[in-house]
Design a protein around this ligand. Structure first.
Ligand code: SF4
Length: 227
């Protein structure tokens, strides 16, 4: 924009900041990129309150970081994969800028999102790992169903399952929306709520076109923050 518009210039250092809970280097514990060395950028804040949430420490606090500084910190770890997570990262609008900048820098970028906020403006190079909230989460009324239209073949839908009721809900949602024809569908048991083997056997019995997953980071580090 030329200076003849009379508009005051926006200072990029102020405009392009995000509130960050942590940036850490670990192994991706779930979804399509499982097992890859990955830098995680955890944005602060979430408008949801899932009963079984395991990242409540990201709801508040955090520190403001310029997007340039976030990119520099990510680069320091020398990993090809970057996962932007939360909280709900899309609750901060400038998350979209961070995602684009990470893609431009050549990373394989994934975004973990609740499914409650609009994903339509996410850079198409980003692999979205989008939750659909089952009833036992307490947040299933927040599912933004129009998001399904914005899923690309490289994206993933993840349903976290805490009970047989959740499982049947998930099974029906997959069938009703033909989710498996849109992208990969992941079913994941809530740690300590449903026996992983039960969930695996339900999937087999019903011949579902979904991928069972356990969270590798919970096995490796028992869910300690920073992993
Ligand atoms: S959307 Fe994610 S971060 Fe937010 S409450 Fe639910 S599980 Fe926790």
């Amino acid at each position: 924009m030329g200076s003849d518009t009379g508009e005051a210039p926006v200072a990029p250092a102020v405009a392009e900041r995000l509130r960050i809970t942590e940036i850490f280097h670990s192994i991706q514990g779930e979804a399509d990129a499982i097992g890859w060395r990955t830098v995680f950028v955890r944005l602060t804040g979430c408008p949801l309150r899932c009963v079984w949430c395991d990242t409540e420490y990201s709801f508040h606090g955090g520190q403001w970081h310029a997007i340039d500084d976030i990119l520099a910190e990510v680069a320091r770890h020398g990993a090809h994969h970057v996962c932007v997570t939360g909280g709900e990262p899309l609750a901060q609008k400038r998350c979209l800028i961070l995602l684009r900048r990470l893609c431009e820098a050549g990373y394989e970028v994934s975004l973990e999102t609740s499914g409650a906020l609009d994903v339509s403006a996410v850079d198409p190079r980003v692999r979205k790992v989008m939750d659909l909230k089952a009833p036992d989460s307490g947040e299933s009324a927040r599912n933004l169903w129009s998001n399904l239209e914005h899923l690309l073949p490289h994206d993933q839908v993840k349903i976290v399952i805490a009970s047989r009721v959740d499982y049947e809900w998930a099974r029906d949602v997959v069938a009703e929306h033909a989710l498996d024809r849109r992208c990969m569908v992941l079913f994941s048991p809530v740690h300590g709520a449903v026996q992983p083997r039960d969930l695996a056997e339900w999937i087999i019995a019903d011949r579902l076109p979904v991928r069972f997953q356990l969270q590798l980071h919970k096995l490796l580090w028992n869910d300690a923050a920073g992993h």
